[in-house]
Design a protein around this ligand. Structure first.
Ligand code: F0G
Length: 463
């Protein structure tokens, strides 16, 4: 079905069939909840959140077709037809020869890097997502972010800010030697850099640099369909191609991928590794059995595999993708009108507020993103996430000194097919009040933190 394109309003291309009640809280209650959570929004109970924009991961609504498919779920330990349908759908969209199911993206990462990486290796990426970086570093390897300079400048308008700096990649290979680079990754879209896409041209260029050295290219494909739609809209020669054709072309340049099906799999849980390498696939399956499960379920229930099989096809629908990008654009453009500095242009799955520019009175050492995030919750019960120095600040293990992240962002992630436009309008109203009061927002200090992935559990206090 194609919706009449001549109308300006991009509608949600679905109706609501089942609802989940939201409950309002008072400001006094939210003040209390924030204190109890030590100003870390990961520690707030979700029933105390009104609009949850913490993540677009596993938080979307499934379609009636997906719910119907759940009932087909076959829970056999080995050789389930649900796995066959899952495998067929993944192969149909991605084209890889071997498909290894995992319970989510990071499990795919852990297995992939366990098999491919050793201590001292270097893995380049446009920008590693936090779990990707953590899994590489856990192996004793080094995660290098090589996004183009435009990708680090929130104000800069560029159609493909997720692109990798190909010259930097070339230099890295020359500097450390190809033997130390077991694989190169491209995150599509580039989540930590603002949900920005990678162009097909860039994928081809990266491949061209890697090929003579025999370095495999892997996609972190969590938001592959959104990336493909950006290519269709913005890159010459792709306007008349279907999303599936674009995805297949992207994947044709890769040797494999890791995937979190909680994003563009339109499922609540799941992931996989795709690869064309038979030997690697076997090693990965051996490891899979150790922690995830037998290779025909990989830590998932048969019904989850069914939901992903359907989700991977639905996510390719252009009506869906048009609405998806329109929602982010609507939120982004109106935040700009209020005066918010945001990462431009709006990405696919989220809007990122540049908290460093918004709150110049809060130094990076006092985590302006964390402060803004807490304020949006306090003001209107909106949950967002800091993607700045709390998440990516580097602490020198010897001196304890902290190097801040390059950007101090607050992400407003949009769960798929979940909120209506009035929810977004409410977010904007709250954001307007927070903006008016921005000069009174105070910085934060960390009072307690774990050794890695500290943003999930660290505790804070306003200064
Ligand atoms: N890669 C990217 C680009 C991601 O955004 C995520 C998760 C992962 C890998 C890991 O996948 O969660 O299934 O284990 N991102 C979520 C987020 C958590 O909020 O952006 P996972």
């Amino acid at each position: 079905m194609t919706i009449e394109k001549s109308y300006r309003t991009v509608i949600e291309p679905f109706i609501i069939k089942s609802v989940q009640t939201l409950r309002l809280t008072t400001r006094e209650q939210r003040e209390q909840y924030l204190k109890e959570a030590h100003y870390n929004l990961f520690k707030i109970k979700s029933q105390h959140v009104l609009i949850d924009l913490l993540t677009d991961s596993g938080t979307g609504a499934m379609s009636t077709e997906q719910w119907a498919a759940l009932m087909r779920g076959d829970e056999s330990y080995a050789g389930s037809p649900s796995f066959q349908r899952f495998e067929e759908s993944v192969k149909d969209v991605f084209g890889f020869k071997y498909v290894i199911p995992t319970h989510q993206g990071r499990a795919a990462e852990r297995i992939l890097f366990s098999v491919m990486c050793k201590k001292g290796d270097v893995v380049p990426n446009n920008t590693h997502f936090d779990t990707t970086r953590a899994n590489i570093e856990y192996r004793g390897a080094i995660a290098e972010d090589l996004v183009i300079p435009e990708g680090k400048d929130p104000k800069k308008i560029h159609p493909f800010k997720g692109n990798m700096d190909v010259r930097k990649l070339q230099r890295l290979i020359e500097d450390v030697g190809a033997k130390k680079i077991p694989l190169c990754m491209l995150t599509i879209t580039n989540n930590s850099g603002g949900g920005q896409p990678v162009s097909m041209e860039n994928v081809k260029e990266v491949k061209k640099v890697l090929e003579p050295f025999g370095i495999p290219l892997y996609f972190d494909a969590a938001r592959f369909a959104e990336n493909a739609y950006f290519i269709k809209l913005r890159e010459g020669g792709y306007q008349d191609k279907s999303i599936k054709e674009i995805v297949r072309e992207m994947m044709s340049y890769a040797d494999g991928c890791t995937m979190s099906a909680k994003k563009d799999g339109l499922a609540n849980i799941g992931g996989f590794i795709g690869t064309n390498d038979e030997v690697l696939a076997q090693e990965e399956k051996d490891l899979l059995i150790l922690t995830e499960g037998f290779p025909t379920y990989g830590g998932l229930a048969g019904r989850d595999l069914e939901a992903i099989a359907v989700g991977l096809q639905e996510v390719l629908e252009e009506d869906y993708l048009r609405y998806r990008l329109a929602e982010a654009k609507y939120l982004g453009e109106r935040l700009l009108e209020i005066g918010y500095p945001i990462v431009q242009p709006p990405g696919g799955h989220a809007i990122y507020i540049d908290a460093k520019t918004l709150l110049p009175h809060i130094p990076q050492s006092e985590y302006p993103g964390q402060s803004l995030s807490a304020e949006l919750y306090l003001e209107g019960g909106i949950r967002t996430v800091e993607i700045g120095s709390v998440m990516f600040g580097k602490i020198d293990p010897k001196t304890g000194k902290e190097t801040p992240a390059e950007m101090e962002l607050v992400r407003l992630a949009l769960p798929r097919r979940t909120h209506t436009q009035s929810h977004i309008d409410y977010v904007l109203e709250v954001a307007k009040d927070v903006y008016k009061n921005r000069e009174n927002i105070k910085g934060m200090k960390i009072t307690k933190q774990p050794k890695f992935l500290r943003h999930f559990t660290a505790e804070f206090e306003p200064i």
